[in-house]
Write a protein that binds this ligand. Structure first.
Ligand code: ARG
Length: 273
């Protein structure tokens, strides 16, 4: 039987959501967006987490930072220790200090990143291990910085398909030792690493990857993911997880889904209610 562990999350309401620039292939500034719909879809995601017994903290959204809703990119938190984010693209650079200030004000031990890294977009914690994406955003030199600040093993994984520019668009942490991923998003050598570490992983097909099904949030039992990723829903249910579909179509226009909106505050006492 799968057992859920109560989680502690940080989220940012998409009040200023928009697609005004393009830094990934999903972003089309010429296509209309609707911040009110984004807020509605995001509110449902937040209520879902609360209903599952998780705690959700909020950071104030700042005008002029339309991607700030993607809290997963704001930092990485392991054992209550924060590695700040340092963004690749100028449009998102101010988000790093904004998130860092939130953590500092609350007394978290923080390390200000020396190298570019986009938080949990590229750092995914699977049990004791930290999987680390690179290729598009996070500078591979950040991996050693994260390993020494967190005192954890960091496994580098190289992303090769620009549609899957962050690790959390191509791989989902399901439990302390299980993942789901889209093999074609990784270089041949990283695919070999993943096969070796997770021989029984759930493999996503093209469709489920394209609808951002891997951008999923698991509490060890419930897996919250795009409702359109039907193959993944089936595969997760077969393994005893409870998949829960969400509609985040508006946020998908910026190249994000459930996990992108959710930063896990690991190792804070706030896990249990
Ligand atoms: N528009 C944002 C970007 O390209 C989307 C970030 C999605 N977040 C994530 N964790 N994958 O940076």
């Amino acid at each position: 039987m799968r057992v859920a562990r109560p989680r502690h999350y940080l989220m940012c309401r998409p009040e200023h959501f928009d697609v005004t620039y393009s830094i990934n292939p999903w972003m089309r500034p010429e296509k209309p967006t609707d911040a009110a719909i984004a807020v509605l879809q995001w509110e449902r995601l937040r209520s879902l987490f609360l209903g599952l017994g998780h705690r959700v903290e909020l950071i104030d959204p700042l005008p002029g930072l339309p991607d700030m809703v993607f809290a997963a990119n704001g930092a990485t938190v392991v054992d209550g220790r924060v590695l700040s984010a340092s963004f690749r693209h100028a449009e998102r650079v101010p988000e790093g200090p904004a998130y860092l200030a939130w953590f500092r004000e609350r007394g978290f031990p923080c390390h200000e990143a020396e190298f570019v890294n986009e938080g949990e977009g590229d750092y995914l914690v699977v049990g004791r291990r930290v999987l680390a994406g690179n290729g598009f955003r996070t500078d591979p030199r950040s991996h050693a910085e994260a390993a020494s600040w967190f005192g954890r093993e960091v496994v580098p994984l190289e992303l090769v398909d620009p549609r899957y520019y962050h690790l959390d668009t191509a791989l989902a942490a399901l439990s302390d030792d299980e993942v789901a991923y889209y093999p074609d998003a990784f270089s041949a050598s990283s695919r070999a690493v993943l096969r070796e570490l997770y021989p029984d992983a759930v493999l996503a097909d093209d469709h489920d990857a394209e609808v951002f099904g891997l951008n999923a949030v698991s509490d060890g039992k419930h897996v919250v993911l795009a409702q359109e990723a039907l193959g993944l829903h089936r595969a997760l249910a077969e393994r005893g997880f409870t998949p829960i579909g969400v509609d985040l179509s508006e946020l998908l226009k910026a190249g994000g889904s459930a996990k992108c909106c959710t930063l896990e505050l690991r190792g804070t006492s706030g896990g249990a209610r």
